[in-house]
Design a protein around this ligand. Structure first.
Ligand SMILES: Cc1ncc(COP(=O)(O)O)c(C=O)c1O
Length: 379
């Protein structure tokens, strides 16, 4: 058994998830799915997704470079990110990526300058902040006016005009992303309404678009991962089939991260100590927020199992904490778990997305290792 803490990705579950995703796409859907790479960088996981023919969504120079190495074709890369560096823009231009999702007017000017200097044409979509509430955690909401992402809705036509005036830029369409961990797919219906209204205004102004990118955001069941390991992609796509008034030749792009890789990853950790506090019992794990930051950062919920549980022992309330010198290093409070002892093995489920990618070396710790296999990890 590897040294804990470590991540394990179940490629069988990933493949079943990809099967479900592909089965939910109909042959006549003008839909293109891009894997939101920021969710999980593991090479085996990423190559498994690339092998299915999906594109990828990236947000930095490093991600563009790595996705090309991993075998994603350049023309299937879409590049968002509020702060693209000149070097990142140049890399995207040289590689010939599918789209730059442009987040502000100054960025549009810079892309035009860089493209002109390199003798390239940038395919540009404008990321519009749609003012649609994803009803998710405030830290993972992106589509509201107070969020830093995208161009203001009312500036859409101004930005499109600007894109048409600039050299080295080809305007292809619009990009949106309302937020992440959206469990009720009907919350994407208002986004469709915004897109339809914009499309009307765009046509009235004499412009056209071929590319509509609705971002990602489909959520997963963190509370019951074993009972609900694969999200309902069918219901999700139906919202867009029914909601969007597409014109001939238009393609709808999706950037799905968590819903593809979230459930296939588990963080394994050992119990270092069981501490009987005055008011609470603490399980101190060898994993901390440096290994999985979602709970400390977003107040997220993860299902936690004691894999060493002994039959017949009572369940108790524990706070499950890590070893980091910060009070926020707690994975769960008042969690009902089987009686726990030093050395027990814990599994923190649904850690495939925004897990290892956010790991840090704070407290001079080592980054957790990653392993893959087919099926649940055997001990
Ligand atoms: C622009 C953009 N697209 C796609 C995603 C992926 O979202 P999710 O993992 O929720 O599908 C994100 C996540 O933050 C994003 O910012």
């Amino acid at each position: 058994m590897p040294q804990t803490p470590f991540y394990y990705y179940d490629l069988d579950l990933l493949n079943s998830t990809l099967n479900a995703l592909q089965a939910a796409l109909r042959p006549d859907d003008p839909f293109c799915v891009h894997y939101a790479f920021k969710a999980c960088y593991n090479a085996d996981v990423s190559r498994t997704i690339a092998a299915r023919g999906f594109g990828a969504d990236c947000v930095s120079e490093g991600e563009v470079a790595r996705l090309l190495e991993l075998g994603f074709p350049a023309e299937k890369l879409v590049f968002a990110g509020v702060g693209k560096t000149d070097a990142a823009i140049d890399l995207g231009l040289q590689a010939g990526i599918g789209a730059f999702n442009v987040e502000n007017l100054q960025e549009l000017d810079v892309i035009s300058q860089r493209a002109t200097a390199l003798g390239k044409t940038a395919r540009v979509a404008l990321r519009i902040n749609p003012g649609v509430d994803a009803h998710t955690h405030e830290k993972i909401t992106t589509g509201l006016p107070e969020n830093k992402f995208g161009i203001a809705l009312e500036d859409t036509l101004l930005a499109i005009r600007r894109a048409h005036e600039l050299p080295g830029v080809e305007f292809i369409g619009l990009h949106f992303h309302i937020g992440s961990q959206v469990l009720d797919a009907s919350l994407f219906a208002p986004l469709c309404d915004v897109i339809n209204a914009l499309q009307h205004d765009i046509e009235q102004a004499g412009f056209a678009m071929s590319y509509i990118n609705v971002g990602g955001g489909l959520g997963i069941d963190y509370e019951n991962p074993a009972g609900n390991p694969i999200p309902d992609f069918g219901i999700y796509f139906n919202v867009f089939r029914q909601g969007l008034e597409l014109r001939p030749g238009q393609q709808v792009h999706f950037e799905l991260g968590r819903s593809i890789v979230g459930q296939c990853g588990t963080l394994f950790s050992r119990v270092l100590f069981v501490k009987e506090g005055k008011e609470k019992k603490f399980v101190i794990l060898d994993a901390g927020f440096t290994d999985l930051v979602r709970v400390a950062m977003y107040g997220a919920y993860h299902h936690i199992e004691n894999l060493s549980a002994r039959t017949g022992e009572a369940v108790e309330h524990y706070d499950v904490a890590g070893p980091i010198c910060e009070s926020s290093d707690v994975f769960a409070t008042d969690r009902l778990l089987p009686h726990t002892q030093r050395g027990d093995l814990f599994a923190i489920r649904s850690a495939g997305a925004y897990g290892h990618v956010m790991a840090s070396t704070y407290n001079y710790r080592t980054l957790p290792q990653e392993f893959v296999g087919n099926g649940p990890m055997n001990f």
